[in-house]
Design a binder for this molecule. Structure first.
Ligand code: FE
Length: 343
């Protein structure tokens, strides 16, 4: 008796499971793989659900691991949307054949052409710059000019920059290859290595901290790290940041190197329409404002203002190259940095 009732419970459970599975495939939902931390994206996804009724299932992880996962899962991947940072990485995902092109008149109108893939494989959602940070008491801004200049002998032992296996530096070097060619950029990289205060270690924040503590006078870092330090919880970081100032290099030529965080629809997305709705939602005005401010980044669209903190760093000219070029030159950049002895 007990056995048979257990069996009927089991049968009901099975029916329920199959119902919920089949309901899932047609239900209003979208599956997101995000390399951005949950706190930096979840509130926006919740707002999307509230407005559209579309449930968002969020998986967060490291950027390279998520790409690998998409490749391994292939057509069985539940992912519809990939959110990650750096155009170099998004290009890598495109090359790895895990994305699909999307044509959206809305996105094409809102997002400047340089911040999206020309074939529609990915779209930028926020902008970050990679300028020069200098110690206020030891460097005059008037003595600074370009990335190229950082290879000069006057900066011997003064430069703090992270390792060459970091995508941000690979993208910076890719932009320099585009501007100056391989030969000149390789010489530059060699001289930059000679000017480093010590072999690269740590992340972007560590470069700013090292300069503030006197290990070097110049640090290269992404703007949002500085923003996070300036307004962060750690007193130590706020103190370090207060010793540093931001300089926008290459204002008289191509402009300061910038990059994006962005989103793409995966090749085997089963909720394509919802995926596109989500990306368009992330690009709308209120989302752009929230997303950029929460991440200390610049909105990707020109008609949304940057936060007061970012505005306080001044306006600057950014390198206008299409960011897909950073991906195209990535392999060349990696090899070049290796030849230059950039650890
Ligand atoms: Fe970062």
């Amino acid at each position: 008796m007990i056995y048979s009732s257990f069996r009927s419970i089991l049968a009901v459970a099975c029916i329920l499971t199959s119902v919920s599975v089949s309901a899932n495939t047609t239900s209003a939902e979208v599956n997101v793989y995000s390399a951005r931390k949950e706190a930096l994206i979840k509130p926006l996804l919740n707002r999307f659900t509230k407005e559209t009724g579309i449930k968002v299932n969020l998986v967060t992880g490291k950027a390279d691991a998520l790409l690998k996962r998409l490749q391994t899962e292939g057509r069985n991947s539940p992912a519809d949307v990939l959110i990650t940072t750096d155009a170099g990485r998004l290009h890598r995902a495109k090359q790895a054949n895990v994305l699909q092109p999307v044509q959206s008149a809305t996105l094409q109108q809102i997002i400047p052409a340089s911040y999206r893939d020309p074939d529609g494989y990915w779209y930028g959602l926020s902008v970050r710059a990679r300028p020069v940070f200098y110690t206020k008491d030891r460097v005059n801004a008037t003595d600074l000019s370009t990335y190229e200049q950082l290879a000069d002998k006057q900066f011997k032992g003064q430069i703090c920059i992270r390792s060459s296996n970091n995508i941000y530096n690979q993208s910076l070097v890719a932009s320099m290859i585009k501007a100056n060619g391989i030969e000149k950029t390789e010489l530059w990289a060699k001289q930059l290595v000679e000017n480093m205060a010590h072999p690269p270690r740590g992340g972007d924040r560590d470069q700013i901290r090292a300069a503030a503590s006197g290990e070097c006078t110049i640090a290269i870092a992404n703007t949002y790290y500085f923003g996070a330090m300036v307004s962060g919880k750690k007193q130590k970081d706020r103190t370090a940041a207060s010793k540093m100032a931001l300089f926008w290099p290459n204002q008289n030529d191509r402009g300061t190197h910038v990059n994006i965080s962005g989103a793409a629809i995966t090749k085997h997305a089963s909720h394509q329409a919802n995926a596109l709705l989500l990306i368009e939602f992330l690009a709308n005005k209120p989302s752009q404002k929230w997303y950029a401010e929460t991440n200390y980044e610049y909105p990707v669209r020109n008609d949304v203002e940057a936060s007061a903190l970012l505005k306080s760093w001044g306006e600057f000219k950014s390198d206008a190259l299409n960011l897909s070029i950073l991906g195209q030159y990535n392999a060349e950049a990696v090899k070049l940095m290796d030849r230059a002895g950039w650890k």
